[in-house]
Ligand binder design. Structure first.
Ligand code: NAG
Ligand code: NAG
Ligand code: NAG
Ligand code: NAG
Length: 442
């Protein structure tokens, strides 16, 4: 996720004039000229989490020298946008009930761009700097509500508030014309249905509301009203009901639905995500029905995790086409039949970790045995003769006696091509290399 604005350029003449006239009006401290402030050097890191900031130049201390007013005046600020932001921030500051890291202490004075957690940029086609992003990740601030705060900073593009203690409802950000990244993960937002206001964020690229208490169905709008969305993280909430049929309409790259209570089938429209989906977690829900052939069409996916559900059927032959897949987890389901040799041969492409434990598979393709030896395939607690750690005969017989209704799909929708990966093997446990798996930690 790149930063919202263009690279910093020299301050505009207009702004200089503003400052100079302002200084002439108000600055009378011992003839000292107002220090020339330099631009803050703000760079947004990948995922918007790491934000580096370097402050140039001396910063002016309390700039309103004369009574009667101890309140900064509009003229004391670099521009009017920042003055208005100042008022909004002071109002919010008064509602912060806990600030263990002392962040809000820096929220005073007229240099709003130097406040901890606030970052300035010039909005497109605007010469003034404005508050473009707010990053409170990990600050553990407590406040009853975000309404009247983030939604009142009109030039905001990013709001990141991972691991704070913000309550209330999701603020209505649909009116913020530049807004595109929302991270409200791991807060204490009031239990509620999926926030409809988020669907108004037409330009959103990043929507992260994981580790909250949202419940009810995921609205279809999540997958059709956010045409630029790259990441959707709704894991670790209390969502339930069927996944919307239109899941395949979304251009999303990273999708985490894990640790909710979704039911029903994996929608077959997922095939339409083939051009964009890189990682998808269905992990730990109550999804059922036959493991769909369409999952095998996700030719760009590096992570497909449908573990810990109630999926059944055999592994469709289409899975042999997952040449990019590195992590494939189908453990903890009701799958049966043979683990296809062609699936295990994906280890010659990119497959690093194939987890099929806790199912009812009965046999393995010949290549699969090598993967077990290499520690790349886990088939514990299945019904596979000669494999270690299998289910009891009774357990297996009971399951295998039940009627099976899933079709066996032998159609392989790609040409066979077993190329070895040109990438160097990386042995790092590397769960954190994957954005969706990283999202499973608060
Ligand atoms: C910014 O200005 C350029 C050139 O003047 C124009 O083409 C563009 O539409 C403007 N963008 C916005 C967001 O106003
Ligand atoms: C989305 O971005 C476009 C162009 O950048 C802008 O015209 C539009 O107003 C934005 N939408 C919202 C809801 O802010
Ligand atoms: C699986 O999901 C359930 C219900 O959403 C949750 O209570 C449980 O903690 C999850 N399991 C893991 C290992 O996260
Ligand atoms: C392989 O994937 C499973 C399921 O996601 C996970 O529990 C396990 O830690 C992974 N193993 C390695 C070595 O990455």
């Amino acid at each position: 996720m790149a930063g919202p604005g263009p690279a910093r350029t020299a301050r505009s003449v207009a702004l200089l004039c503003f400052l100079v006239s302002c200084a002439a009006l108000v600055d009378s401290r011992g003839g000292a000229s107002r220090p020339s402030r330099q631009d803050l050097d703000v760079g947004l890191g990948g995922g918007g989490v790491g934000i580096g900031i370097g402050i140039g130049g001396g910063s002016p201390s309390s700039p309103s020298p004369t009574p009667p007013s101890s309140q900064p005046q509009p003229c004391d600020f670099e521009n009017e946008r920042l003055y208005r932001a100042y008022l909004v921030i002071q109002q919010f500051r008064s509602t912060v009930t806990c600030d263990p890291m002392g962040v809000t202490q820096s929220w005073s004075g007229t240099d709003v761009c130097s406040y901890k957690g606030f970052f300035c940029e010039r909005p497109p086609n605007v010469t003034d700097r404005a508050i473009a992003s707010v990053d409170f990740n990990g600050y553990m601030l407590q406040a009853g509500s975000l309404r009247g705060f983030v939604d009142s900073l009109p030039d905001l593009a990013l709001f990141h508030a991972n691991s704070n203690d913000f309550g209330g409802a999701v603020p209505a950000l649909g009116g913020l014309q530049y807004f595109y990244e929302l991270d409200l993960s791991n807060n204490k937002l009031a239990p509620a249905a999926f926030p409809a206001d988020v669907l108004g964020l037409t330009n959103a690229t990043f929507v992260d509301i994981r580790f909250n208490s949202f419940y009810g169905e995921l609205p279809a709008g999540v997958f059709c009203k956010l045409p630029r969305v790259q990441a959707i993280f709704v894991n670790n909430n209390r969502f339930s009901g069927a996944l919307p049929d239109n899941i395949g309409q979304s251009p999303v790259n990273y999708l985490s639905l894990a640790n909710n209570r979704f039911t029903g089938e994996i929608p077959r429209s997922i095939a339409r995500n083939a051009g964009t989906l890189l990682e998808v977690l269905f992990l730990n829900n109550s999804l059922s029905g036959c493991l769909p052939h369409e999952l095998g069409l996700l030719e760009k996916a590096t992570v497909i995790d449908a573990g810990a559900n109630r999926l059944t059927g055999t592994i469709p032959a289409s899975f042999a086409c997952l040449r990019k897949v590195e992590q494939l987890n189908l453990a903890g389901n009701l799958l049966y039949g043979e683990v296809p040799d062609a699936l295990c041969r994906l280890a010659f492409s990119n497959l690093k970790n194939l987890t099929l434990s806790d199912n009812y598979f009965t046999s393995l393709g010949s290549c699969c045995w090598d993967l077990i030896k290499e520690g790349r395939l886990n088939v514990d607690r299945n019904c596979i003769q000669w494999a270690p750690n299998q289910r009891s005969h009774e357990d297996c017989a009971k399951f295998l006696r039940q009627p099976k209704s899933c079709p066996v799909n032998n159609y392989v929708p790609c040409r066979s091509k077993y190329q070895s990966s040109s990438e160097p093997a990386d042995d790092a446990a590397a769960e954190y290399r994957y954005r969706t798996y990283s999202a499973l930690h608060p």
